[in-house]
Design a protein around this ligand. Sequence first.
Ligand code: ASP
Length: 584
Amino acid sequence: MYRTKNNGELRIDHVNETVTLAGWVQKTRDKGFMVWVDLRDRYGITQLIFDEERTSKDVMDMASKLGREFVIQVKGTVIERESKNKNIPTGEIEVLVSKIVILNESLTPPFTIENETDGGEDLRMKYRYLDIRRAPVRKNLEFRHKVTMAVRNYLSAKNFVEVETPYLIKSTPEGARDFVVPSRMNEGEFYALPQSPQTFKQLLMIGGMDKYFQIVKCFRDEDLRADRQPEFTQIDCEMAFVEQEDILQTFEGLTRHLLKEINGVDVETFPRMTFDEAMMKYGNDKPDIRFGMEFGELNAVTQHKEFNVFNKAELVIGIAVPGGNNFTRKEIDQWIEWVRRPQIGALGMVYCRYNDDGSFKSSVDKFYDQEDLAAWAKATGASPGDIVFILSGETNKVRAQLSALRMQIAEKLGLRKAQEFAPLWVVDFPLLEWDEETKRYHAMHHPFTSPKPGQMELLKSDPGAVKANAYDLVLNGNEIGGGSIRIHNKQIQAQMFDYLGFTPEEARAQFGFLMDAFEYGAPPHGGIAFGLDRLVAILGGQETIRDFIAFPKNNAGRDVMIDAPAPIDPEQLKELHLQLQRKP
Ligand code: ASP
């Protein structure tokens, strides 16, 4: 046997036992007559001791040659430590080594492989296999495993079947570009990697699978934003013979189970909010409801005076920052500067202090009296000691700006507590979204989403007002899942493609297989997909998904460890019938 124990399991009860251990040398301390080695594996660290008086000369010599990250196997006796280390579970013992084998040597690693490392992000990504040896990274991967196991167990117990769907497919419209794979055998033809298994899971419902799930990779070629991965993992689910309510309850159940099993948290309610309400109250379709600061609409109480900035604005809204009257003038100026940054784009911000004695002091006292300011406080729910921050402008823009400010303030005031969980269903999304660039409506979710019952007629007269049978699950201000009840009728699906600007030929070429399948007894169905990477990060109390992915890509979409993407051989290009267009 390579090892009789791992490096995390020896305790005081094991004293006098002979053990064989294997692992990596994390650290050595060489005093000449005595050498200590911290031996690491996935399970922990065990201290080895080599002692001139009790260890043979050749073993002693080898011990003094050990470098960081050498892989060794040792045999020895468990003894009680003289100076105990209360910080690690094996801290009461050490192993007095009698035999050592160097299984492999190591170059000096480019960064220290300890909980706190001196390695920067780039270096750690390049040597990700070394980074994974560090306990925090390893624990994140183990944590992810625990979450996926809990998902699988829960859904299996509820009769869901995990079915694999293909990766080499045809475009699935989820609103991003496809990654494509040229076909060697079919000149000039390409596969697309799935942006999601959407069409396949619908076909599985037509196939009678009834309850499907899959923990599955999806690929989207999007312009990269911070903390987005071109390939990511979904918990993809679909059910037949369901309405929206069935889906919400089933996946509320899953989320509850995860929060309990993984975090030990009982969540009492999963409140529901319409998209319109979320936009009005939080300026955001994935509001963090762990804290207040709901928007107050102020048009009625601001547009009756001579202050033109407000008078000409489509919308004037404000939030009451709890305890914000403590902000110094300088701090307020910093917040004003913050909203004026190009990324936020506000032109300015009005504020109103609510003093403890009930009086108000605003930055626009020239225009408004105490009675006006009291009305602002009322509309934003401010109490004495708060400050009201007010933005104005075009509805969508000003909502986005105030939403960003609200989140930033909450972050600063420590209101976004990692171990507090507030799920929320956002329902009744618009079916369509106007795209200024193409001057066309796009499906907000995807083109297979059905309108709310009775709304099909509205599509002609007022397409923008049609609500979809679509829902998102939001957790702590992050969209962790989204789905819809699907269209399962060929004519309606054809009409939908028509509204979305597909010619019948285009619709047939891309989705003929699905429309045909609808003609063979497609049951009513619907589903949802969770973003696993983000879900795991949130349950783990963190926000960076990269930390929970074994081999992530960087912000430029590159894998810096294997150096991908990379050019391919001219031979290979030829085989694939491809030619590179080079600049002359
Ligand atoms: N396929 C959808 C997505 O990837 C999820 C769904 O509608 O079930 O967002």
